[in-house]
Design a protein around this ligand. Sequence first.
Ligand code: ADP
Ligand code: MG
Length: 700
Amino acid sequence: MLNLDSEIQYLKGIGSRRAQLFAKLGIKIVEDFLTFFPAQYQDRTKIISIKDIYKNLQGCIFVKVGKSCKRQFSQGLSILDIEIFDDTSMTYARFFRKNNPYSNIDVFATIRKAFEVGKFAYIYGDAKLERGERFISVNDYEIVQNEADKPLLFDKIVPVYSATEGLSQKFIRETVKTIVESSCMLYPDISNLIPRFDSIPTLQSSVAIQKIHYPNTLEDAENARRSFALQEFFILECALSLSRNNLKKNPKIQKYEIRKTLLTTFKNNLKFEFTRDQKKAINDIFADMQNIYPMNRMLMGDVGSGKTVVALSAALLAVENGYQTMIVAPTEILAEQHYLTILNMLEGLDVKIVLATSSTLKKKSEREKILAGFADDDIKIAIGTHALIEDRVKFKNLSLIIVDEQHRFGVMQKFAALDKAKSPDILMMTATPIPRALAMTVYGEMDMTTITQLPPGRTPVKTYSSNEQIAYTNTIKELKNGNQAYIVYPIIDESDKLALKSAVDESKKLPQTWFKDFKVGLLHGKMQPSEKNEIMRKFKNKEFSVLIATTVIEVGIDVPDATIMIIQHAERFGLSALHQLRGRIGRSSKQSYVYLIGSFNNEAAQKRLSIMTSTSNGFKIAEEDLKMRGPGELMGAAQHGFPEFKAGDLIKDADIIEFTKNHACEIAENDPDLSKNENIVLKNLISKYFLHKTKLINVG
Ligand code: ADP
Ligand code: MG
């Protein structure tokens, strides 16, 4: 008996060699076949004339077969041209086959046999004009005896699947079809749990699966896809909702009251007013902290939007109430930068803070002093790297954990699970703006606050597509005014394969040529962390005017006098990477400039260039990036654990996500352990797909 988990190599007609090829397409078990949805469709419902196919360039024709003629095309390749006719015109149907030099078997035997003169053929293909020859490159065909005979593979919408070398489209189609027909009924269904939404038809999952593979119309296919997506997102949102409720289940111990003993002085010391968004963020956070359940909030805001003061306000509320806070940054240099900024902002306030990184904890005497300070509550705010997570770090009164620049799904659990505090309030911060729909799935288990406006008085960075001559000349002008510049390269070392300029190479050339009057530094990913820190520190202290770098320049790094960034081979960077890089400059009221240098000779690169030069809105850029590249890449390859959707589309289905989120909350509220009979399938689905990702869910 076949079940959803049956491995496909044991299925009839597959075997281990083909199973390996299917594995490349992500298909390992029967279930994977069911949800191996078509990458696109061929609409073979419309038959067009030969004349029209040369206008449409692709389509379906119905023709009478004439003579065929084989020709050697090149050493390894033969072509077979078959005359075909309809009422409008005559042309050739062309097939290509590789020659086998060791055999004289006619590679076209089957095709010749099928295309008998006088028979009729349905052909789906591409109309081509190459080297003065017009022909139809045949994608698929079906021969019928008589003009009136009904075709099997034509007159319908045909699925087109992603294929891989060694597996033909035909074989994939047939295999999928056999399995969908025999097994789609086994697919779990929760359509009965989901209220009707909008115009999406309520389809049982097995029906939706069938219709996605074999729709009657393209509209049918889209409706079925949306219906399946509804179930997919519903399962995800339920998982997230349950996980969130579980976190909130245990009331916390710490209590905060806004005493203003520190907060008011802090606010008065600042040289600026909070922006509207900062005020809202602080309100959200204070409300969370005063709630009886632990805070679990994500603060999202573009680079430079001013998240640090928001975080610091939260820390001071904790300190005012006699608790300790830890602020964790992903790298030493960011931790150090936070430390210095915060030290500065807390001047005149009686709050002891310490920088705890592997460097500052290295020396035994220093380490003991710091650890003792945490343990006896002398130090109120610990700022550091992951070194703070180590077991030996113990706090007397820790109540708040702030994690900066961390946007990885699942990281939060790690912090919640830390036993440095009983029920800590957690605030995560990220400068990677992502579209709302994506955020709801990635951060679905957290409450969310977004800072959308930048502090006033910033001069927006000007971005140009440029050449070296202009970029370097303008850079020198800026350097002479005491400003600094980054020059970013996509690769570290010279590469034989790619004719690209590299950071190391150019760091040798440029100080001899363009920048001989200036100090030039080099920073790249192969350097030791301590070496990188040293270089960044020197750049910040203006010991270098120019920093040649790869993309390692940290998110969040603040060098106010860096007003120029030149990005070499900019066509090789994705939109988000370009935006993140751009965020390193424009960090003061001075005008800053980005020069994108590269050859933007394909459509995608052109599009990226035009987006970069026309907007600096991180959310807009993220959305465009998502459209161009898909969510997986957007979140980065290291984004492990990001849920994968078989039918769901984070852009087209944003409305579905919003809808399922609300209904998922209801279910989680009414049946927190999913113990009711009607929720049993849902419960199984959640433990199957999400248990390993959202460990805090109490089901399964
Ligand atoms: P990010 O959100 O990228 O962490 P930061 O907190 O580092 O941003 O803030 C960037 C800069 O903006 C800092 O120099 C900070 O002092 C300044 N800043 C923050 N809030 C305001 C404000 N409301 N008005 C003016 N400047 C501000
Ligand atoms: Mg920051």
